[in-house]
Design a protein around this ligand. Sequence first.
Ligand SMILES: [Fe+2]
Length: 158
Amino acid sequence: MKMVEKNRPVSEKYLQTLLTYYEEEISGESYFYCLSEHFSEKEKTILLARIERIAARTVEPLLKKYSLVARDPEVLHQEGLSHVEQHQCYSWHQFMTYIVERYPAYLDEFEDLEAMAPIEDIVALKRLTEHEIVVIDFAHKELAGDEDSVAPLMRYLS
Ligand SMILES: [Fe+2]
């Protein structure tokens, strides 16, 4: 247990999970940028990449606070690219369906991270969690043919 801020205990599990999720956002940015080359919905996929970067930035102050150091950006970039192959042949509809079906589990994980967090970290973590909510919302809207499907993403990016 590390003791920070008025002796509030912070578990190693919390710190490790925070760092892992941060790194996954950085990898995720590379993943979406690379995938954007495979979909005609390139601009929308780039928005997803940008969301990942903003989500990562949200928790950077927490990494600093706990002296957590992410792995080399190139390693994380390669990790992101390693996930592209399994989705690059998806149709856009298949990809949106995948997001709608798979990402709620990530949402649960972010909420679990919040539950482990000291109260003063919650604002940043809620913003991290929110990025998953807007991406799922976007995918639902895409599948529904909503012409304003990017609205949740733009809101997050603004
Ligand atoms: Fe993400």
